[in-house]
Structures are given as structure tokens and as C-alpha cells.
Design a protein around this ligand. Structure first.
Ligand code: FDA
Length: 379
């Protein structure tokens, strides 16, 4: 073994694939029973519908290097992501756009008229002096749209009353003054044609790569552990940075999600892949309906059944899956302290969303792994 990669998410697998291609013998360990990290998907057994196990994953990028790289392992469908929102018993298109505004205010505003209206409504507060999330949100999009689509949705995500949230959690709220309701603005977008797991397995399918599952890097009862291996060979570590140092500088805080999956005896539950629920009286934030991610599979998927997943958001404990960094002031200073500690670790390279404590989309995780390979490891 020439290199150990801890974690088989997109970051770890990209490093492993590049190193294997360069002739290095790489071992990848993961404490889960499957590879792929949070992008892992599997077919729901009774319907065969592909379900993204750790929340909906949509691939999109404007980075030509990443796009060329990922196309070595999978083709992509021409799926274009769109999101709708059920507020007060009516369905609106997101991100908030001219259609949303005209429907909401029962009008036919032109782009300039809509812009003037929102500017006037936003004048209630000044974003620079806003005291909290509510004042900042109103200063950005005006009270009516903020209260309908953002205030309670965000409060549910943070399990905190809107007034008690800090204005720092938002710098802008998306509003478009045209009828474009594509969710992403990137050059390329789509879903892996034969699923995430097939894509991920192809990345790991190399004679120089050995994958060992159900192996925790901190479990000293098995041979591939931190104590035995640090300093012996290059290690790429993509697990949580605070866990690596046994929480010496405190725990970094995360939000997690709970998913409630249900197989329904209907052909189509909501007519689209993602429906947001921004109202305070609905406990979940979104419902995903997975068959809509792959309309091209209509002849394979059942016509009388569907799989939905309700998404609930809350703060993570140490035993939960960490999903979104909270990034409080304490977290930021903790992270800086961990970065100092990293300097003392010989040939351990911290990467990925957990290793660097930041939210990374898939293309960002892959892009930063390619950079780490080119700039730090392949030298
Ligand atoms: P990732 O978390 O995937 O992998 C880390 C791996 O390390 C895990 O498999 C874990 O088990 C393993 N590990 C940790 N500690 C270990 C230990 N001690 N020993 C052994 N193994 C250990 N992106 C996008 O582009 N479009 C999208 O739509 C979404 N949607 C989305 C939804 C939700 C709910 C989340 C949380 C995230 C997304 N993402 C996304 C982001 C996407 O999931 C992310 O980019 C990748 O997971 C990043 O890959 P990493 O390899 O960094 O981490």
C-alpha cells in the first residue's frame, strides 16, 4: 500500500482514482457498509425506484475540468432541476421569479414594475443595519415574499424562531425578474444515467485500488487505524476534522436531516421531484419524489407506485450524520485551531466537506480533490 484514503465519498474516490492511475497502490477505507459517501443511492426494493439515501443529489457544474473528469465514469441525463413551493394551499415556482411574484400579488407586473415593487417593500429595513434574520430578509426581498417563502422555511431548517436567528446566515435571497425557474445556473447539469452507485463503483474499479468497508479509522482493534498508520505513508483523511483530533478544540456544530421514506400506491404523488413546504404549520421542509428525477425510466418504473421522502431538519449530535456546517463564531475559531493542529500531522491531508468543515457540492468536492492531487500529492 502506497497511500491510505479515509472515506469513500467523491473527495476520497477522486484522490484514489488519480493515484491509482499514476501507478500507486491505494487502500480506501470507509466506516459505512457502502462506498460513495453521501452521494450513495440504491433502488428501493419493492419498486426499483432509485433513492438517494442521504438526500436528493443533483449534479451541476460550470467547471470544464470537472465535467470532463466525471464524464470518464458516467454519462448524464438531460434532467433539469426545478423546485416548487406549497404556501397557504397554493403552488408557486422557485426560485422566486416573475411568475411567483405575479401569482403571489395577483398581478401582471413587468420586470421593472416588479423590481420597483420589491424595492419599495424592502425599504422597511436596511440590510446593513438589520438586527436579525427577519430584518435582513425583509431588507432583501420585502416582508410579503420573505414571510411566505423564507422566514419559516429557514426557521424549520434551524429549529429556531426566525427572530432569534442571526442576519449573518443570509447575504442574499434569490429573486429573478424574469420567468426563468431553472434551479441551477450552471453550464452542465444532469443525473448519472445508470445511477450514482454505478458511477461511484466505476471510479473505484481499478486494480490498484482496494476498498475496505465497515472500517473505522479510529478503531484500534483493526489494522488500518490512525495510531498504527500516521507517519508511515501519505494519508488523505475525509472524515470530520474535530473527530481526528479527538475534539481537543471542541466540537464543530452541524445540522443534520431526518428522512421519512414511504412507498405509496399511486402512480404520481406530486407531479415533480421536489416540493418545498415553507409554512410554519407543516413540520417538514420538503418532499422528494424520486421517480421524477428519471422521466426517461418511465418504462422501467412502476406506473402504480411511487417513493416519497419527507425531509426534517435539526441540529446534529455526535452520533448523527453531519450534513450542513452551522459555522457559528465558535465554530470558526475552533476550525482555525484545528488547522493549526493539522500542521503537526506528518503527511496527513485533510479534504472533503467533513475534513475541511465546509459545505461542498459534488463538483466542488471533486474539483478540490483534483487540485489536491495535482498540487500536493502528485509531486
Ligand atoms: P462524504 O461525506 O460524501 O464522504 C465522507 C466519507 O468518509 C463518508 O462515506 C464517511 O462514512 C467516511 N468517514 C468519515 N469518518 C470516517 C472514519 N472515521 N473512518 C472511515 N470512514 C470515515 N451536492 C451536489 O452537488 N448536489 C446536490 O444536490 C447535493 N445535495 C446534497 C444534499 C444533502 C442533504 C447533503 C448533506 C449534501 C448534498 N450535496 C449535494 C453535497 C455532496 O453530498 C457532497 O459534495 C459530497 O458528499 C462530498 O463528498 P466528500 O467525499 O467530501 O464527503
Amino acid at each position: 500500500m502506497d497511500m491510505l484514503v479515509v472515506g469513500s465519498g467523491f473527495f476520497g474516490l477522486t484522490i484514489a482514482e488519480r493515484a491509482a492511475d499514476a501507478g500507486r497502490k491505494v487502500t480506501v477505507i470507509d466506516r459505512r457498509h457502502h462506498i460513495g459517501g453521501n452521494a450513495y443511492s440504491e433502488n428501493e426494493p419493492t419498486t426499483g425506484i432509485e433513492v438517494h439515501r442521504y438526500g436528493a443529489h443533483l449534479f451541476h457544474t460550470s467547471n470544464p475540468t470537472v465535467w470532463e473528469y466525471v464524464n470518464r465514469f458516467t454519462t448524464f441525463t438531460n434532467y433539469v432541476h426545478r423546485v416548487y413551493s406549497t404556501h397557504n394551499g397554493q403552488v408557486f415556482a422557485l426560485p422566486v421569479n416573475l411568475h411567483t411574484i405575479n401569482q403571489f400579488f395577483d398581478s401582471a407586473y413587468t420586470p421593472d414594475e416588479a423590481r420597483a415593487l420589491i424595492r419599495e417593500q424592502a425599504g422597511e429595513f436596511d440590510a446593513k443595519t438589520a438586527a436579525n434574520f427577519v430584518e435582513k430578509g425583509i431588507a432583501l426581498v420585502g416582508r410579503p415574499l420573505f414571510e411566505a417563502f423564507f422566514a419559516h422555511y429557514t426557521a424549520k431548517q434551524w429549529q429556531t424562531e426566525p427572530e432569534k436567528l442571526s442576519g449573518d446566515i443570509i447575504s442574499r435571497l434569490p429573486v429573478r425578474y424574469n420567468y426563468d425557474n431553472r434551479y441551477f445556473n450552471d453550464t452542465w447539469e444532469g443525473l448519472p444515467t445508470d445511477g450514482y452507485t454505478a458511477w461511484i463503483e466505476r471510479m473505484a474499479d481499478h486494480p490498484n485500488i482496494e476498498v475496505k468497508l465497515n472500517v473505522d479509522f479510529f478503531d484500534e482493534s483493526q489494522p488500518l487505524n490512525k495510531k498504527a498508520l500516521v507517519g508511515q505513508l501519505p494519508i488523505v483523511y475525509t472524515g470530520p476534522v474535530d473527530r481526528y483530533f479527538d475534539y481537543a478544540e471542541g466540537e464543530l456544530s452541524w445540522r443534520t436531516l431526518d428522512f421519512e421514506e414511504e412507498v405509496l400506491e399511486v402512480g404520481d404523488f406530486q407531479g415533480t421531484s421536489v416540493m418545498n413546504y415553507p409554512d410554519a404549520d407543516v413540520p417538514y421542509t420538503r418532499i422528494h419524489e424520486f421517480k421524477h428525477f428519471h422521466p426517461e425510466r418511465k418504462d422501467v418504473y412502476p406506473t402504480d407506485k411511487t417513493v416519497i421522502m419527507r425531509e426534517f431538519s435539526r441540529f446534529a449530535t455526535r452520533d448523527d450524520e453531519p450534513y450542513y456546517p452551522v459555522n457559528s463564531t465558535d465554530d470558526r475559531s475552533g476550525l482555525l485551531a484545528y488547522r493549526e493542529l493539522q500542521k503537526g500531522e506528518s503527511d496527513v491531508h485533510f479534504g472533503g466537506r467533513l475534513g475541511t468543515y465546509q459545505y461542498l457540492d459534488m463538483h466542488m468536492a471533486i474539483g478540490s480533490a483534483l487540485s489536491m492531487w495535482n498540487n500536493q500529492l502528485n509531486v
